[in-house]
Design a protein around this ligand. Structure first.
Ligand code: FAD
Length: 415
């Protein structure tokens, strides 16, 4: 191949493009991004940019690229024409490719009522500009904050608000925050940690509509008839995948992602792979061997890196030996603790505290399904996690038979 094109100038795009060059690809390399920025890191936005510990532009990702990349930034791709191997941009440019990497990620799921979602005082958090706008709002005088949605980003925003000493209420429809990623039990423990730090947690609450005054958000009305007054509402409702530009391409995709085969090549509507195109990162939906071969999309940083590198090598012709099968993993900083996870807790039918003690705030939970280890979550004890990652990768029996003891800090696993 002599022309490589990468659409989406985020983490997976950057690591994929670098992997192409590292693999010896010497043709033209073009990267298209909807945002006007070189690839930057999103995790610090909710943790350190909101609190002012990191300046927004300090999130730019280091890269080995010099003049050997043709950047098209601030212009989204709007159409893919596979027959002519062209990607059309919003400004009318048509870019040819021999190899194409799709890495357009996700965007914040909007509030269902567009009028209410656009009110002054209503925010979402996905990109650098969102973080800049939200920080400005949080730091311009005393503010009461309402966070709608108790997933990772909602909880991190609530945590950042408490660090800024702002009163914050978090409304979460389910019985515990973070239940989707940590499971109910651990979610409830982390929820209690948020409450201990002053977050007003409203579980089982569902916001129905937003009341305004002169175009500005004033109060959220819940299904149960109660209302919460606040100055700022942060919608943390999850993400939707940026796949609209693929309409008419003949690829298999929907709002849940673009479908890939086990290698990472995208699939056409006919189910056949297009070996000129791979996808990576949040936007890709691929069959993971550990999760019954079901197509999953993983919205985590480490996955965007690993799958980006995999896809870059694949497209450069250096076929990686195995199908893509890296374990999903994430970390998060909130409520004063560091959460880390490997595997997917969704679908677990059992859970055990494998090490540590929730009462001390330092513990590791291991999750099983049908007698196999499928995920582990550590709370303030990330160094224990690698041993469990190995078990999950090997689909080891659950519950584990070993006794785990911590001898003065040196971990020993005894059979
Ligand atoms: P993205 O980073 O979303 O990049 C995609 C890029 O494509 C974007 O720049 C977008 O503008 C561009 N794009 C979209 N449409 C088009 C188009 N049509 N044409 C051209 N370009 C387009 N993960 C963790 O594991 N741990 C964390 O602690 C953590 N914290 C996070 C905190 C926040 C606030 C957010 C938003 C995410 C966090 N994540 C975290 C998730 C992690 O950042 C993502 O998994 C990762 O960014 C995915 O990378 P990506 O390249 O697939 O997508």
């Amino acid at each position: 191949p002599s022309r490589a094109l990468v659409v989406g100038a985020g983490l997976a795009a950057l690591r994929g493009a670098e992997a192409m060059r590292d693999t010896g690809f010497s043709g033209t390399l073009t990267i298209v991004g909807a945002e006007p920025y070189r690839p930057y890191d999103r995790p610090p936005l909710s943790k350190h940019v909101l609190t002012g510990q990191i300046a927004p532009d300090a999130t730019t990702l280091p890269s080995s690229f010099g003049e050997d990349v043709d950047w098209h930034l601030g212009i989204p791709a709007v159409r893919l024409n596979r027959a002519d191997r062209l990607v059309h941009l919003a400004d009318g440019t048509a870019l040819p490719y021999d190899r194409l990497l799709i890495a357009t990620g996700t965007r914040a799921r909007p509030w269902p009522n567009p009028h209410e979602g656009r009110l002054a005082g209503v925010y979402t958090l996905r990109g650098r500009d969102d973080a800049i706008a939200l920080r400005k709002a949080l730091t311009s005088g005393p503010k009461r904050v309402l966070v709608i949605g108790g997933g990772l980003i909602g909880c991190e925003v609530a945590s950042a608000c408490r660090q800024l000493s702002l009163p914050v209420t978090l409304v979460q429809p389910g019985p515990a925050p973070l239940a989707r990623v940590l499971g109910r039990y651990i979610g409830a423990i982390v929820g209690a940690m948020h409450e201990a730090r002053g977050v007003d947690l409203r579980l089982g609450g569902e916001v129905e509509w937003l009341e305004e005054a002169n175009g500005r958000f004033m109060r959220a009305h819940l299904v149960d008839g109660t209302a919460i007054a606040a100055d700022i509402a942060v919608m943390a409702l999850g993400a939707v995948r940026n796949t609209e530009w693929l309409y008419g391409s003949g690829l298999s995709f929907d709002a849940g992602g673009v479908d890939c085969d086990a290698d990472g090549y995208v699939l056409g509507e006919d189910g056949c792979p297009d070996t000129a195109i791979a996808a990576a990162g949040d936007v890709a939906r691929f069959p993971h061997p550990l999760y019954g071969g079901h197509r999953i999309a993983v919205e985590h940083w480490g996955h965007a890196v690993a799958q980006g590198v995999h896809a870059g090598r694949l497209l450069a012709g250096d076929k990686p030996e195995r199908n893509y099968a890296a374990l999903p993993a994430f970390w998060s900083g909130q409520a004063g603790v560091t959460l880390k996870s490997v595997g997917l807790t969704e679908g677990a039918d059992a859970m055990t505290i494998a090490q540590g003690d929730p009462a001390t705030g330092r513990f590791l939970a291991l999750y099983g399904r049908e007698g196999r280890c499928i995920a582990a979550v550590s709370v303030d004890c990330g160094r224990w996690l690698p041993a469990y990652a190995e078990r999950i990768a090997a689909a080891a029996p659950f519950p584990p038979e070993e006794t785990v003891i911590d001898r003065g800090g040196a971990l020993a696993i005894l059979a």
